[in-house]
Design a protein around this ligand. Structure first.
Ligand code: SAM
Length: 272
């Protein structure tokens, strides 16, 4: 029996609030799995198991797939769909309420790969959760709306570039892998998606005070249309100007035109 039939048989009803558009296209599922370099030493964390089509493919490559699914009415269909995949553990809970370290400490693994296909509003909190809980993740592969993908990999000077871009790019190399048409989902959503890969950075930019850096960046973007001079009034603006001059810029620039390295330089200068 195929996935659609199993969902129908168990009288599963799709819930919009959980972003339940399931990906059933075999080619795209295979392409997502390939992005991960998953081996039999890999613990794969899948957030939003859905109808388990991706889970099944991940489990063939991985040591274990630890899946999270908020909707417990998927328990019955998933037990059928994944009946032959005994290296899959599923926790029926909101991933954002979990303690990741506690959930993973029973596994012996060499590396962690995260895969998630989720509503856009939950994607950033999820990535931030891995950062805050200091989980050593090699790659995070996420599928998001096309526009959100652009924001993650935005470059200075573009509309999508903001403090979130800088925060995420400090920790990860981020690249868009491929676009996915809305036509390959069941049911069909309103927008196209893109797969984005977050790869752990091996070398972080040198920062004297990471908290200062992130606060500076956040403050610099508080009012996007205003200049640094206006947004950073509570900082030593003269020092900032001197530092920016080294990069042929000045405090009359907007934050959207300042690179992550330049912000790093300013923060280090102010933290002397
Ligand atoms: N991975 C599947 C696929 O590719 O077909 C399902 C994708 S579907 C877009 C998103 C899934 O995430 C849904 O099954 C939804 O119930 C689940 N979900 C949404 N929010 C969640 C959360 N906070 N924690 C765990 N699962 C969640």
């Amino acid at each position: 029996m195929n996935v659609k039939d199993i969902l129908n048989e168990s009288k599963f009803t799709f819930k919009k609030k959980f972003g339940q558009n399931f990906l059933l296209d075999q080619n795209i599922l295979n392409n997502i799995v390939k992005l991960g370099n998953i081996t039999k030493d890999t613990l794969v964390i899948e957030i939003g198991v859905g109808a388990g089509a991706l889970t099944k493919k991940l489990s063939e490559k991985a040591m274990v797939v630890l899946g999270y699914e908020i909707d417990s009415s998927l328990k019955e269909p998933l037990s059928k769909i994944l009946s032959n995949n005994d290296n899959v553990d599923i926790i029926y809970d909101d991933f954002l309420n979990r303690n990741i370290k506690e959930d993973i400490n029973k596994y012996q693994y060499k590396n962690i790969m995260v895969v998630a296909n989720l509503p856009y509003y939950i994607t950033t909190p999820i990535i931030t959760k891995f950062i805050n809980e200091q989980i050593d993740v090699e790659k995070i592969i996420v599928m998001v709306q096309k526009e959100v993908a652009d924001r993650f990999s935005a470059i200075p000077g573009t509309k999508s570039y903001n403090s979130l871009t800088i925060f995420l790019n400090y920790y990860f190399d981020i690249r868009k892998a491929f676009l996915v048409s809305k036509n390959v989902f069941y049911p069909k959503p309103n927008v196209d998606s893109a797969v984005v890969i977050f790869s752990k950075k091996t070398h972080h930019m040198h920062l004297k005070n990471k908290d200062h850096f992130f606060k500076l960046v956040k403050d610099a973007f508080v009012q996007k249309r205003k200049t640094l001079k206006n947004n950073l009034k509570s900082y030593d603006i003269k020092k900032i100007d001197e530092c920016l001059k080294k990069h042929n810029k000045n405090i009359n620039f907007r934050a959207e035109n300042i690179t992550i390295e330049e912000f790093g330089d300013i923060s280090n200068e102010l933290s002397k």
